[in-house]
Unconditional design. Structure first.
Length: 85
């Protein structure tokens, strides 16, 4: 999954779960997705998108800082399970 696709999917999840401010929030995650894509692969970007979408579905709207923390966890898991790059 490419970062821009992940952001678009998250925008859809946020729009379906929250008010119209969600789209601006999701766009703020783009640097996080791009960083994950640089350090890992599309599967890590997908894992991050799934984790953030799960939080949104649960009624939360992670801040960019919270998204970064989730990204670090995903990258840590990815490095451990896939050997990293």
């Amino acid at each position: 999954m490419h970062p821009e696709e992940a952001v678009r999917q998250l925008e859809y999840a946020i729009d379906a779960s929250l008010d119209e401010t969600g789209q601006r929030t999701a766009a703020g995650y783009r640097p996080t997705f791009e960083r994950v894509a640089e350090r890992a692969d599309g599967s890590a970007v997908y894992a991050l998108a799934c984790d953030l979408a799960g939080e949104v579905a649960a009624g939360d709207c992670p801040s960019p800082a919270e998204a970064n923390a989730t990204a670090e966890r995903v990258l840590s898991d990815w490095t451990y399970t896939d050997g990293g790059t």
